[in-house]
Ligand binder design. Structure first.
Ligand SMILES: C[S@@+](CC[C@H](N)C(=O)[O-])C[C@H]1O[C@@H](n2cnc3c(N)ncnc32)[C@H](O)[C@@H]1O
Length: 743
């Protein structure tokens, strides 16, 4: 029990005991005084002169000797064993019995006090030693937990990657009910990206609805499917779903908060609930909040005092905040803020008086625009760490707009998010230490003039900000001449399936394209697309195979496979929640038990699988899918799409194969071919430039040949086919990769 007491309580308890003892002693001594009646047995000379005369005590009450008591030689000693000597005024000297010896009482009192102090000191020493032992044991326990190897979900201090820190802070800020959303994970992979955080017990208890899985030493398996993805991930068991990635997880938590804590927080998810919904490779915003700012904080945490510059993301955000606001529902916003009624630019220009016009700069209050969204919360948590590292004064001086924004976000909820950051961030060890002023002063800071996160036009720009190519036919002809000099066969073969391996007649409505609410005109075409892919997969699959439908959308391919291959496990991976929601409804109606949903950027998927499939995974997504398959030596069946959207990523660079890399093709020329591959318009249409369309089909084959060559270099046999019927989609190429040569 003693270990449950705090030091304060222990001191308070001991003080109470001492006080009680003193009170008892005082009462007792008073009571004794009041109640003491002197026992007076006068034996010697049988005189009672003191009762009639005044007298003086010539010898105080003192104990009789042992002999006097034992021999009963003195009558006064028989009863109380004490005696005193009196002298009456008449000169008579008498001995009378008495019952209290002052010096004896005093001696007893002090011996009692001394023994009490000894007992008190001993108890304090024992408590102190016990406390020390318990502290040491707790420290050992924490160290054991933090070492890779074991986990205890009662832990208070966790070493977690930065992304998890953001999620935990948000989890606490949004007051997620721990019985709905359960945190129980510790993950510490690399020291560079690790913060020591404080997590209260209350947040790591509860039933299972949404789980943060412990990843310290857990092998990914069916019991811990969240580990099938990069962290942070949450698994929502009741709907067989794993959500992964910083923004996806934060969006889920925000939705949980809106549903259970505060419906008025809906604005956090932005216009039409779309804040941070697109994957990082398709949205500058998601990329900034999920990748760039995290890297920026990591760089700052590990920044050497001799570093020459600060991470450029700091300057980018400072510059972005200076840009004029952009908003989807701009006229609605202008009308609301300026109390006017306009619906066009012209009307806005006509407004009299400058104050009636909307100030696009001043109203850029929060990261995404006029109102606070989830992006502000994620960025605030990150910038809070940055501010600790750079010091407030330095930060204010160099990044005044960011500082102003930080203060605005802080004020917007009366400092609640800041308080949570302080609570989660430990106050002593593990706290990012401020960099010394001397080294800060030396650092180069670049604030770009025009950087804006509003530049979301990825049609014209790729995410690195490079202009996407436009092509000139003469140039294309030259480039294709270079291609013809690459010693390889370019081209694809007709689909040779005589008949499907399944019959649509036996497939229930929800597993057919009709179940995905496709417009009637597209149903037949989708059926043809699916047939070509499903035939290949059915040929490759065995009972127990794990098949991943990457970029599954509303689930056309994955659901059909799950229905046709009940002995296989099918993972449906899709970034877009709404699309996946529709797939979930179909799976529920079909009562399929072999489907698991992954709502995440496909890049975050890390699980083992046997066959990877993708139907129209856009641009670079197809190559990420293929890389995932290569990493698992899994077979693949992939129908690519949006060739013009290829660009170099950290994990995927072009050309893909060493043969193409060694060729005379320049990167720019390669992307030019990819661009032309998107000019495969419908050959049946009168408006189609047939020559360009044929060139487009050839360009698709060039890019796919490069993809196939890369797979072949890694031990695959690759079939390059066309879908049957070829007109079912302009993006009708099919790559079938069999690891090790297969069939
Ligand atoms: C053209 S749709 C194809 C959907 C589905 N396979 C079909 O054929 O109906 C492409 C899908 O890929 C998803 N997607 C794109 N990039 C993604 C990524 N990086 N991670 C996960 N999903 C992604 C999109 O949300 C979209 O639903």
């Amino acid at each position: 029990m003693i270990e449950n007491l705090s030091k304060k309580r222990m001191v308070f308890g001991i003080s109470c005991l001492i006080l009680l003892t003193i009170v008892v002693l005082i009462i007792e001594s008073k009571w004794m005084k009041a109640g003491s009646r002197r026992q007076e047995f006068v034996i010697e000379n049988n005189s009672t002169c003191w009762q009639r005369e005044t007298y003086e005590v010539i010898k105080d009450c003192h104990p009789c000797t042992a002999f006097e008591i034992a021999s009963k030689s003195q009558g006064v000693c028989v009863h109380t064993h004490n005696k005193e000597v009196l002298k009456c005024i008449g000169g008579e000297i008498v001995t009378r019995s008495c019952d209290r010896v002052a010096w004896l009482d005093e001696r007893h009192y002090w011996s009692f006090q001394i023994s009490l102090s000894i007992v008190g000191t001993l108890s304090a020493a024992i408590s102190f030693l016990r406390q020390k032992t318990l502290n040491r044991r707790t420290m050992l326990k924490i160290q054991r937990e933090l070492a890779p190897g074991s986990v205890d979900d009662s832990l208070h201090h966790l070493d977690v990657p930065l992304e998890t820190f953001v999620v935990l802070a948000l989890y606490r800020y949004l007051e997620i009910n721990p019985s709905n959303v359960v945190v129980h994970f510790v993950q510490c992979k690399a020291t560079s990206n690790v913060l020591r955080v404080v997590v209260p017990r209350s947040t790591i208890r509860g039933d299972q609805s949404v789980n943060f899985i412990d990843a310290t030493n857990t092998v990914p398996n069916d019991e811990h499917p969240a580990l099938f993805c990069q962290l942070p991930s949450i698994s929502i068991e009741r709907i067989n779903t794993i959500v992964s990635g910083l923004c996806g997880v934060c969006r889920r938590l925000t939705k949980e908060h809106i549903a259970t804590v505060s419906a008025t927080s809906e604005g956090l998810l932005g216009f039409k609930g779309n804040t941070l919904v697109a994957p990082a490779d398709a949205s500058l915003w998601t990329k900034f909040c999920e990748v760039d700012i995290i890297r920026c904080v990591e760089d700052l945490l590990t920044l050497e005092p001799v570093a020459s510059s600060l991470p450029h993301e700091l300057g980018q955000f400072e510059s972005h905040l200076l840009q004029p606001l952009k908003s989807h529902n701009i006229y609605k916003l202008i009308n609301l803020v300026n109390n006017v009624r306009i619906s066009s630019d012209e009307e806005h220009q006509k407004l009299v008086g400058v104050d009636q016009r909307f100030d696009f700069h001043a109203n850029h209050k929060f990261a995404e625009g006029y109102e606070k969204t989830l992006a502000d919360l994620i960025l605030f948590i990150c910038f809070d760490v940055i501010e600790r590292r750079l010091s407030k004064d330095f930060f204010r001086k160099k990044f005044p707009n960011t500082m102003e924004w930080l203060e605005r976000v802080d004020k917007d909820d009366d400092g609640q998010l800041k308080r949570v950051c302080n609570e989660v961030m430990p106050h002593r060890d593990g706290q990012p230490s401020p960099l010394p002023w001397s080294s800060l002063a030396e650092l180069q800071i670049t604030i770009p003039k025009e950087f804006s996160l509003y530049k979301s036009d990825t049609k014209k720009l790729n995410l690195k900000g490079d202009q996407i190519l436009t092509t000139n036919q003469a140039e294309v002809v030259d480039i294709l001449r270079k291609v013809s000099r690459i010693p390889t066969d370019i081209g694809s073969t007709e689909n040779d399936w005589e008949a499907n391996l399944f019959s649509w007649d036996t497939v229930p409505m929800d597993a057919r394209p009709e179940g995905g609410k496709l417009p009637p005109a597209r149903i037949l075409r989708k059926r043809h697309q699916l047939e070509s892919l499903v035939n290949e997969v059915m040929q490759l699959a065995n009972d127990g195979s794990i098949i991943v439908d990457f970029c599954s959308g509303t689930g056309h391919l994955g659901i059909l496979l799950a229905y046709l291959l009940p002995g296989c496990k099918i993972y449906l991976l899709e970034n877009k929640e709404e699309s996946q929601q529709r797939a979930m409804e179909r799976v529920e109606r079909l009562a399929l038990r072999n489907v698991v949903f992954f709502q995440c950027n496909l890049d975050y998927f890390t699980a083992r699988f046997d066959i990877g499939v993708s139907l129209h995974a856009c641009g670079v997504a197809t190559d990420i899918v293929l890389e995932k398959c290569f990493a698992q030596r899994a077979h693949f069946v992939s129908c690519p799409c949006c060739y013009g959207k290829l660009y170099n990523l950290e994990q995927v660079t072009y050309p893909r194969s060493s043969l193409f890399q060694r060729s005379e093709l320049l990167l720019r020329e390669y992307f030019c071919i990819a661009h032309c591959a998107d000019q495969t318009h419908d050959l049946a249409s009168d408006r189609t430039n047939v020559a360009k369309a044929h060139q487009g089909f050839y360009c698709m084959d060039v890019i796919d040949r490069d993809r196939a060559l890369r797979a072949e270099e890694l031990g695959y046999v690759v079939l390059r086919k066309r879908l049957k019927d070829e007109t079912c989609t302009p993006k009708n190429r099919l790559l079938v990769g069999i690891y090790g040569g297969g069939i």
